[in-house]
Design a binder for this molecule. Structure first.
Ligand SMILES: NC(=O)c1ccc[n+]([C@@H]2O[C@H](COP(=O)([O-])OP(=O)(O)OC[C@H]3O[C@@H](n4cnc5c(N)ncnc54)[C@H](O)[C@@H]3O)[C@@H](O)[C@H]2O)c1
Ligand SMILES: [Zn+2]
Ligand SMILES: [Zn+2]
Length: 374
C-alpha cells in the first residue's frame, strides 16, 4: 500500500537532448507539496508542441519529461489542497485562473497573472518533483503526462466527470480546445460569418468545430494532406483547399476565389509555418479581417507584409483564450455528452512502453492523435 508521503518509482518518458526523441526510463516521483497534487495518469496524447519541445523549441531544457495532454486520477494531495480529493479524475491545464487578477476579470484574455503559463519547466516554487537516476527532470509547462505518475499544482488541474471518455478528456486538455477556443473566445466568430483554417491537425479541427458552434456559414479548411478533407468535414468544414493542387496561386488568393474576391472575416493559422501567417492575414477582408495566430514554429522571427496589415488585426492566442475554470468546463461537458465527434481525432494508440514510436506515428498521413495508454 502506497503512502501519500512516499516517493513513487515508476515509468516515464524522458527526452535527454535536442532531437534525441523519448525513452522510457525508471523515474522517481516525489509526494506533492502543500498546494500540489500527485496524479496517476490513465492515458495521455501527443500534441505537436511536445515534438517542438524535444527539439528545444521554444525553450531548451533537458532532461525533459514531455506530455501536456492527458487525464489521470488523483493519488494524493498536499495539506493545503482544497478543490481536489483522492480519486478525482483530472486533466492538466497549463494556464490557471485565480479569478481576481487584472487578466482574470477581463473578457479579453485567459492569461492569468498569478497562475501564468509556466515556462521554466519547474513547479511554481522553482523545484521539480521528478528525477531520473538522481537528476532533476523538467516538465513541459506544468506537467509531464507521459509518466505513470506526475505532480502538478492544484491550480493547473481541472476536475472532470468520471464517466468522460478518457481519450476525449485527454484531447481537450490542449490541442482541440486550443482551436475550439480560438474561434469561440479569441476571434468571437459571429453567426453567418466566413473563415479559413490553415492546417487541420487537432488544433485546426478544433477551430472548425468552434466556428461551427458559433454559427459560421462558410468554413474553409486548408491542408497539404488530402486525408484531412474528410476529417475537416466531420467537424463542420464546408470547403477544402489542398494548396498542392494549385501551385501557381497563393492560398490567400484561393480563399478569395471562394468568397467573391473579398476574403473571409477570420483566419486561423494552426500550422506554425511563418509564411502562412501572411497568407492567413491576406486571406481576410481588407479593413476588418482578423487573423488569429495559434501555431508555434521553429523560426524565432516572423516577417509580416506591410500591405497585409491594411486595417486587419493579427492576434495571438494561447490555449484558445479559454479560461480553465470558466470556459473549459463548458467544453468538458460537451465532451462528456458526446456532442462533438472527438472519436475522429483518435487514430493511433500505443502503450507507454512504446512511446519512442509516437513521433514516427504522428508523421503518418492518416494520423491526428496518438493516444498513450499507461
Ligand atoms: N497557441 C497554443 O496555445 C497552441 C496549443 C497547441 C498547439 N499549438 C501549435 O499549433 C500547431 C498545430 O498543432 P497540431 O497538434 O494540430 O499539429 P499537427 O502536427 O497534428 O497538424 C499539423 C497539420 O498542419 C499541416 N501542414 C503542415 N504544413 C502545412 C502547410 N504549409 N500548409 C497547410 N497545412 C500544413 C499538416 O499536414 C498537418 O495536418 C503546432 O504549431 C503547435 O505547436 C499551439
Ligand atoms: Zn488570475
Ligand atoms: Zn499542446
Amino acid at each position: 500500500m502506497l503512502s501519500r508521503s512516499q516517493v513513487i518509482t515508476c515509468k516515464g518518458a524522458i527526452c535527454w537532448g535536442i532531437g534525441e526523441g523519448v525513452k522510457v526510463e525508471e523515474i522517481q516521483v516525489e509526494p506533492p507539496k502543500a498546494s500540489e497534487v500527485r496524479v496517476k495518469m490513465l492515458c495521455a496524447s501527443l500534441c505537436h508542441t511536445d515534438i517542438l519541445r524535444t527539439q528545444g523549441v521554444p525553450f531548451s531544457m533537458f532532461p525533459l519529461a514531455p506530455g501536456h495532454e492527458g487525464v489521470g486520477v488523483v493519488e494524493s494531495i498536499g495539506e493545503k489542497v482544497t478543490n481536489l480529493k483522492e480519486g478525482d479524475i483530472v486533466i492538466p491545464t497549463y494556464i490557471g485562473e485565480c479569478g481576481e487578477c487584472e487578466n482574470c476579470v477581463s473578457e479579453e484574455t485567459n492569461m492569468c497573472m498569478r497562475y501564468h503559463l509556466p515556462v521554466n519547466g519547474l513547479m511554481p516554487d522553482g523545484t521539480s518533483r521528478i528525477s531520473v537516476r538522481g537528476q532533476k527532470v523538467c516538465h513541459v509547462f506544468n506537467c509531464s503526462t507521459w509518466c505513470e505518475y506526475m505532480v502538478s499544482d492544484e491550480n493547473y488541474l481541472m476536475k472532470v466527470d468520471p464517466s468522460i471518455d478518457l481519450a476525449h478528456a485527454s484531447f481537450i486538455s490542449c490541442g482541440f480546445s486550443t482551436g475550439f477556443g480560438a474561434a469561440w473566445k479569441t476571434a468571437q466568430v459571429q453567426s453567418g460569418s466566413s473563415l479559413v483554417v490553415f492546417s487541420l491537425g487537432a488544433v485546426g479541427l478544433g477551430a472548425i468545430s468552434g466556428a461551427k458552434m458559433m454559427g459560421a456559414t462558410k468554413i474553409i479548411g486548408i491542408d497539404i494532406n488530402e486525408k484531412k478533407k474528410k476529417k475537416g468535414e466531420a467537424f463542420g468544414m464546408t470547403h477544402f483547399i489542398n494548396p498542392k493542387d494549385y501551385s501557381h496561386k497563393p492560398s490567400s488568393q484561393l480563399v478569395k476565389d471562394l468568397t467573391s474576391g473579398l476574403g473571409v472575416d477570420y483566419s486561423f493559422e494552426c500550422a506554425g509555418v511563418a509564411s502562412l501567417l501572411n497568407q492567413a492575414l491576406e486571406s481576410t477582408k481588407v479593413g476588418k479581417g482578423k487573423a488569429i495566430a495559434i501555431g508555434v514554429g521553429t523560426e524565432e522571427l516572423v516577417k509580416i507584409n506591410w500591405f497585409g496589415l491594411f486595417g486587419r488585426t493579427l492576434k495571438g492566442s494561447i490555449f484558445g483564450g479559454l479560461k480553465p475554470k470558466s470556459d473549459l468546463s463548458f467544453l468538458a461537458a460537451k465532451c462528456k455528452n458526446k456532442d462533438l465527434p472527438l472519436d475522429e481525432l483518435q487514430t493511433h494508440e500505443i502503450p507507454l512502453t512504446e512511446i519512442s514510436k509516437a513521433f514516427e506515428l504522428s508523421k503518418q498521413e492518416g494520423c491526428i492523435k496518438v493516444i498513450i495508454k499507461m
